[in-house]
Design a protein around this ligand. Structure first.
Ligand code: KG4
Ligand code: ZN
Length: 399
């Protein structure tokens, strides 16, 4: 089946078309996901000027970008068929207008496109319902609902964090085809992004249980704040990681020692705010900071974060007899953290399998929403075109 997927939870606008084929019955092992079209526009540079993501700015950008991205994704998937006579009725236009009442600009762009193309050969529309920034989520949801009304296709609401889990499980196959492996349960997913730091235990597909979480800042947030303290720009993760790598390559002296809060606590929770404060005090004590000092600090910070993540995941593997680790979310782009996890599973003597997302799919994208949507559809979770999907900023994957 073909799924059109839409992602607008934060500062990336993404539209994809995937084709999914389930080869075997249970567990999805061997399911093939082919990316037919993948269009994405990142607003990172725009938000960088303000040092963070501004929800209303994100919303405005999504409104502007969705229709061009839809056109691009459909065209890449060879599903954009021009028509001389519109297939959309006046009644449909009227309901789309109501649906896009709060996005009048989007209504104008969308109806112009709908007037000139035939209904594409897709079977369902998947859209992120949360978690994320609600004004941003709403644009994607209203857009998906409008398309579902226009083309009479079912909607599949998708949890963004489930998208990150599935993203890590898409193994590269031939060309643009990805394959879902035979995941061995119990599995532990460590989701690390700008808004989340969660350890989740999975007994099987769609069975999520929260076993650990941050008590304050998320890992990505800590990277971003530490970068801001050293005036390194936004987002902080990639630049902190680059400077840390330079400190290692240049064998800079390790002159700053940072704590590893909660690393040895008797649970699976995390805390990064104390680490961040230690960075702040150490920076103050060492002013003025040279460029080399910044590299050394980035390394000390990245090492501390990595130690904490590894220690807690190791503990989770032991406690839950996990056979699989799934690392996902924006911070899983971090090379040092990826390497540390690879070493961790080597130490487990191949009894544990590690799944990492392709670097390209660590950041938010719509392929992961389409793939997660497909798995949800197989469970029987699709909604009618009139479904009342709502943006849920704090939607949980597990409790
Ligand atoms: O998953 P994501 O794209 O968006 C959210 O759902 O939050 O994650 C974004 C976060 C940002 O905090 C960014 O600084 C961090 O991921 N990040 C990184 C790296 N690349 C992105 N953190 C550490 N190292 C990286 N290479
Ligand atoms: Zn994300």
């Amino acid at each position: 089946m073909k799924i059109l997927a839409i992602e607008t939870s934060c500062d990336e606008t993404a539209v994809s078309v995937i084709e999914a084929n389930q080869n075997s019955g249970a567990h999805f092992a061997g399911t093939e996901i082919t990316v037919l079209g993948d269009a994405l526009l990142s607003q990172v540079e725009l938000h960088a000027r303000y040092g963070g993501v501004y929800p209303n700015l994100a919303r405005r950008e999504h409104t502007k970008n969705l229709v061009p991205l839809l056109r691009e994704a459909l065209s890449e998937a060879q599903l954009l068929r021009p028509t001389k006579e519109t297939e959309i009725t006046k009644e449909q236009i009227a309901s789309i207008k109501v649906q896009l009442e709060r996005e009048p600009e989007l209504f104008v762009f969308l109806t112009a496109l709908l007037a000139e193309i035939a209904t594409p050969d897709i079977d369902a529309i998947a859209v992120t319902e949360g978690p994320g920034l609600e004004p941003a989520l709403w644009v994607g949801i209203n857009f998906a609902k409008a398309l579902s009304l226009a083309w009479n296709k079912p909607l599949i609401p998708v949890n963004h964090m489930e998208g990150h889990v599935v993203s890590s499980l898409l193994e590269s196959g031939k060309g643009d085809t990805k394959c879902i492996p035979d995941v061995q349960f119990p599995a532990i997913a460590l989701l690390i992004s700008g808004g989340h730091t969660e350890l989740i235990q999975m007994d099987g597909w769609h069975h999520y249980r929260l076993i650990g979480a941050t008590r304050d800042d998320a890992v990505g947030e800590a990277f971003d704040k530490v970068a801001r303290m050293m005036e390194l720009g936004y987002p902080g993760g990639p630049v902190v990681s680059k400077l840390a790598q330079r400190a290692r390559e240049q064998e800079r002296p390790e002159k700053f020692t940072l704590p590893r809060p909660m690393m040895n606590s008797n649970d699976l929770d995390f805390s990064f705010s104390g680490l961040k404060t230690s960075v702040l005090y150490t920076l103050h004590d060492n002013e003025p900071l040279s460029e080399i000092d910044k590299e050394i600090m980035c390394r000390a910070f990245e090492d501390a974060v990595t130690d904490i993540l590894i220690k807690k995941t190791k503990r989770a593997i032991e406690e839950y007899h996990a056979r699989t680790i799934i690392l996902g979310g924006g911070v899983s782009a971090n090379t040092h953290i990826r390497e540390a996890f690879s070493r961790l599973v080597e130490q487990e003597r191949k009894e544990v399998t590690l799944y990492l997302p392709e670097p390209k799919h660590t950041t938010d994208n719509a392929v992961m929403i389409g793939a997660a949507g497909y798995l949800k559809h197989c469970k029987g979770d699709a909604e009618s075109p009139h479904a009342d999907i709502r943006a849920q900023g704090n939607l949980k994957l597990a409790s």
